[in-house]
Design a protein around this ligand. Structure first.
Ligand code: 1PZ
Length: 214
């Protein structure tokens, strides 16, 4: 029997990784115990996050610094996963040490990675609003909504300048090896899968009385 060749595009790899992670959050999976229910493992989270950098390869040099920032934060969490089993564990330790918002702390890096995942979701949402909407306009709107309020003036200025160097819509589809139809399907799937994960992370902070205004 012949299996049809399945094309694994960068986007489908990312999307599937986050769908798998979101599945782990669904209650009543038979193979988990009650204590494990509702817990997200840090290593599972990091392994999904580690797929994102292929997206940066499609964006060009201007977003190299964003990639390095993102990768450094995920790497810190990967290191932490050798000591801490769950996302809960890193928050609890930082709460105890009063280092939740301290630059470089695991809880702060988790918040930054979460903002990155949400930014991607928002960019996809904007991108799909119209076929003739440029990537630059989609990304600018998404960034203004999701990340700009939390970034310094210097970072914001650099990001807005970088937007002018983004590829066109067609160039992006080409680099992602997607068609108009397949990109829509994959982006929607990522939007669906990332939503519960982002909400889950936000809840971890809120449950510990940490406001999300940073
Ligand atoms: C396909 C779509 C293309 C759109 C491209 C839009 C890219 C916007 C990039 C925003 C970069 C922000 C970089 C710098 C952020 C830093 O201020 C903070 C510092 O955190 P601190 O050390 O003070 O705790 N770093 C971060 O927030 C780390 C994560 C940023 C990268 C997220 C980008 C993800 C989205 C890219 C899509 C490929």
């Amino acid at each position: 029997c012949t299996t049809p060749a399945r094309v694994n595009t960068p986007l489908s790899v990312i999307t599937e990784a986050f769908e798998d992670l979101a599945d782990l959050l669904k209650p009543q999976r038979s193979e988990i115990t009650e204590e494990e229910d509702g817990l997200m493992r840090l290593d599972d989270f990091c392994s999904a996050c580690s797929h994102v950098p292929v997206l940066f390869d499609c964006l060009g040099f201007a977003f190299k610094f964003a990639e390095m920032e993102y990768v450094a934060k995920v790497k810190d969490l990967e290191e932490a996963s050798k000591t801490f089993d769950t996302l809960q564990n890193i928050l609890d330790l930082d709460v105890e040490k009063e280092t939740v918002k301290t630059p470089g702390s695991h809880s702060r890096n988790l918040r930054r990675v979460r903002q990155g995942l949400d930014l991607i979701r928002a960019i996809f949402e904007q991108f799909l609003i119209a076929d003739d909407y440029s990537l630059k306009d989609a990304a600018t709107t998404a960034y203004t909504e999701v990340c700009a309020p939390f970034h310094t003036w210097t970072v914001r200025t650099a990001v807005y300048a970088g937007m002018y160097t983004l590829p066109t819509r067609d160039q992006l589809l080409l680099r992602l090896n997607e068609t108009d139809q397949s990109v829509e399907k994959n982006m929607r799937r990522y939007m669906e899968a990332s939503r519960p994960i982002i909400e889950y992370i936000d809840k971890l902070y809120i449950q510990r009385n940490i406001k999300l205004d940073w």
